[in-house]
Design a protein around this ligand. Sequence first.
Ligand code: SF4
Length: 288
Amino acid sequence: MAGRAELRHPLEKYVREGVLPHIWCPGCGNGVIFNAFLRALDDLSFDLDRLAVISGIGCMGRVSGYVNAPAFHTTHGRAIPLAFGVKVARPDLKVVVISGDGDLFAIGGNHFIHAARRNVDMLVICANNFNYGMTGGQVGPTTPPGSRTTSTPYGSIEHPFNLVQLAASVGAIYVARWTAAHPRRLRESIKKALRKHGFCFIEVISPCPVGFGRRNQMGTAREFMRRLREISVLTKAKDPSEAYIGPDKIVIGEFVDVEGKPEFTDLIWGQVKEVQARVRRGELRIAL
Ligand code: SF4
């Protein structure tokens, strides 16, 4: 109608045309994480041609199909090695892996620890919903002890990973934990991590009301979200040993934030250039 402005969402340009509606259940934390990521890009006026978004399998893994930027949806657990390859081939890109706890820390756990150890410049954002949501709510590597899942109907007897402590212990230069009930802090944290050079990790405790929540008396999606806010305690200590996570308390905040650690891509390309120079000077011969 003439004179009537068309309503457009301010983040519309960051979402691939034609992919909506998304698959996420009402009340899922994944939408909050996606929104915080897009808002962080927007705040930074990030050049999308300098970005590569990579995800594995699972509910959060759908992000690579939704974001309107160069993206790749890879096989289960293999988001980080694919991101590693992209980064080494194109060091000018900012590589962001967004995936779930099962994808990143069960099937892909080995890749996570070695990418962090090598300090590859990438940001890994993990939606930790305490179970395998997409496949029906099975026990995963972060499921809290005693929690009911479809594969642990009498309560999990496993010892879960503390993702913050794991990331810190294997060498990540930036480690933070937030919940989906803290979207502003998450957005600022993503902006900070996007500006850093090295392996950065952000854990986001993300409600899965239809899987984990339903089996563990978390109430409605709204009540689950409210509970996350109520039990979260912000620390400013920057100490991974403070990163407690339990049924009555979740410590959130930044736990590692360091500068100056040599980055893998810089080192490998530095070595390549040095070898090429030595070959040109006749100091080194490469047998083919
Ligand atoms: Fe979200 Fe859980 Fe639904 Fe997956 S199954 S979309 S994690 S609420």
